[in-house]
Design a protein around this ligand. Structure first.
Ligand code: COA
Length: 575
């Protein structure tokens, strides 16, 4: 079928659905929902047999749904209606939630049901549930609905006739619904409220007695029951986060958005006030026993070291890259033969920290510092001679984050993970992180050849399977998180115990020496950075403009040409 994806943005759910529908043999094109007339034009050009709307912020016009079946992907159980489906579900502590594929009709979310899927609702941030459970359920439900539609003899069930309809119509959730009562809400309730609003719009609250929206909350286990401080007051700081007292414990708050600004680590959003708090550092990189906020944590089992880095949104500032590099250098001294870099739960890495850069006095200088810090980190990983290194991606990775993963000897992916191994979407960035060495190396090319150029040029997301089949990754493992973790640990332990481990390590070191003799890493770096210098300091401001729009979430005003195939010059509807 020819399927048009009509969407507010090319977010991870849209990327995943596009890739999965393509895998089923459908022809896909994408149009951003900018205006009715633009969507109508896309339909006229592409003549889709079916429209799928994974992420819309407004209704599809009648001029479209009257003539073409439109699937609306609603992040709620059957019967649920309204724009804050997931927010209410998390805030109300639902045990189970789901996704429903409805047909668009005049009334929002009230059309007949083509399919649905349910999942246990994890206690986690809304954005995390969206990127994981919702995306997984939506993929299953859309593929099933697509098959039913293609079959031609399936009649969708009117909502009123759905026997399993448990959901109800709910209004837009307001900040007054989300408000935290620090005197009366316990830690679990505060966490639930912040999770239900993360990553957008956050909970309207205050830090340092100044209004702001707060995000990124982590309970502090060590202080539960220590009741001296006033609930709502700030008790301490650690790295970029602050510890806020609740009535029965305390929570770390990692990110805040002040009026007229964009989301930033609290340490930067309140740069003047932050240092006034007492510091509560962690003693080492070892994972602490009690619940706490620990962005870098190390543990060992069966001769394997596991280094986890839980950076919000996978964005890595200069300081975070430097700290992670120190942790990696330290881990390399441990008596282990395999090092697994586990990244974070939701993202492995999305490269340099665009928000921190945008907030800097000189974004060009901070971009330069950040890419150099990323390169130092990548180099530390490439230069690991005494261990086999594995990047184990439980979450998505983008741009420089993908190439940082490739700096490890092996890249293992959880099924369902999406990779965007290209830089050009950010104002034509050339990219660094030694990609000109690493990408040809994993694709088996001499120098940057056609395969590497195609990945960089096409700017398409890769599903975990596509990445493993195409050589970017080494293996695609279980989709379920716990199964993935167990599988990674088992496989890594097998490598650590392998009888030929010393031969493997020797071969790896020899290869590095050979590669270095052919072309030193410093030369790759210098070449890449000469392009990046032009991106940051040259006369073409594309990167600075793109970053500004990305960070400030400017609405799209056109669909990029590489996504809207129906706008290709010479594109014709097949006869
Ligand atoms: N720096 C700062 N924030 C970043 C980021 C980065 N490098 N990459 C992603 N984010 C933030 C987004 O702004 C968004 O913030 P929110 O919490 O306010 O929603 C959040 O992470 C999730 O990003 P989103 O784009 O919604 O996720 P996605 O899974 O749909 O898309 C990417 C993933 C990687 C395609 C997309 O985030 C992206 O293009 N990131 C920029 C990558 C990049 O160019 N890095 C710089 C070059 S190395």
């Amino acid at each position: 079928m020819r399927i048009l994806l009509l969407t507010h943005a090319f977010n991870s759910l849209t990327q995943r659905l596009g890739a999965e529908l393509q895998r089923c043999g459908h022809e896909i094109s994408i149009e951003f929902d900018i205006a009715d007339s633009v969507a109508e034009e896309a339909v006229a050009l592409f003549k889709p047999e079916l429209i799928v709307a994974p992420y819309l912020r407004r209704a599809i016009p009648e001029s479209i749904w009257r003539h073409t079946v439109c699937f609306i992907v609603h992040p709620g159980i059957v019967g649920d209606r309204g724009p804050s489906a997931l927010d209410w579900a998390i805030q109300n502590g639902e045990a189970e939630w789901g996704v429903t594929v409805l047909q668009a009709e005049a009334e929002m979310d009230a059309g007949p049901v083509w399919s649905s899927a349910v999942f246990p609702l994890r206690a986690a941030k809304k954005s995390s549930i969206y990127r994981n459970e919702v995306t997984q359920a939506a993929t299953a439900a859309v593929l099933q609905a697509g098959e039913r539609f293609a079959g031609g003899d399936f009649a969708p069930t009117p909502l009123a006739a759905c026997t399993e309809a448990r959901g109800q119509r709910r209004p837009l959730i307001k900040q007054s619904d989300r408000a935290i009562d620090w005197q009366h809400d316990d830690t679990a309730t505060v966490l639930q409220k912040i999770n239900a609003a993360d990553g957008f719009p956050g909970v309207s609250d205050s830090l340092f007695a100044q209004p702001c929206h707060i995000f990124d909350a982590w309970p502090e286990g060590a202080l539960i029951g220590n009741g001296a401080a006033e609930p709502g007051s700030l008790m301490a700081r650690r790295e970029t986060a602050v510890l806020k007292k609740t009535k029965d414990g305390a929570l770390w708050i990692g990110h805040a958005k002040r009026a007229g600004n964009f989301k930033l680590p609290v340490a930067l959003a309140f740069a003047d006030e932050f240092a006034s708090l007492p510091e509560m550092p962690l003693a080492s990189w070892w994972r602490v026993a009690e619940e706490s906020w620990q962005d870098i944590a190390y543990e060992e089992a069966d001769g394997v070291g596991f280094l986890q880095f839980e950076f919000y949104n996978g964005a890595m500032s200069s300081a975070q890259c430097q700290r992670l590099r120190s942790a990696l250098a330290w881990a390399k001294q441990r008596p282990v033969k395999v090092l697994v870099l586990s990244g974070g739960e939701d993202f492995w890495s999305n490269g340099i920290h665009l928000n921190v850069i945008e907030a800097a006095e000189s974004p060009a200088d901070e971009s330069w510092n950040n890419i150099n810090a990323m390169n130092d980190l990548a180099r530390e990983l490439i230069d690991t001679g005494a261990q086999i290194t594995i990047a184990a991606l439980a979450g998505n990775a983008g741009a420089g984050g993908c190439f940082l993963a490739r700096a490890a000897d092996q890249v293992w992916l959880r099924e369902g993970v999406l990779l965007n191994p290209h830089y050009k979407n950010m104002g034509n960035l050339y990219g660094s992180e030694y990609w000109t060495y690493l990408l040809p190396r994993c694709l088996g090319e001499q120098g940057v050849g056609e395969k590497s150029r195609a990945i960089m040029r096409n700017r398409q997301p890769l599903t975990a399977r596509q990445a493993a089949d195409g050589g970017f990754a080494d293996v695609c493992l279980a989709a379920e998180r716990q199964a993935f973790r167990v599988d990674v640990a088992r496989r890594a332990a097998e490598i650590a115990a392998a009888s030929d481990l010393f031969e493997q390590l020797a071969a790896k070191r020899e290869r590095r020496v050979r590669d270095e003799a052919t072309k030193p890493l410093a030369e790759y770096r210098q070449e890449e950075l000469s392009h990046m210098r032009r991106n940051f300091y040259g006369f073409d401001p594309s990167y600075h403009v793109a970053r500004h729009h990305f960070v400030n979430k400017s609405p799209a005003s056109w669909t990029p040409r590489h996504l809207a195939r129906h706008r290709d010059i010479g594109w014709k509807v097949p006869e």
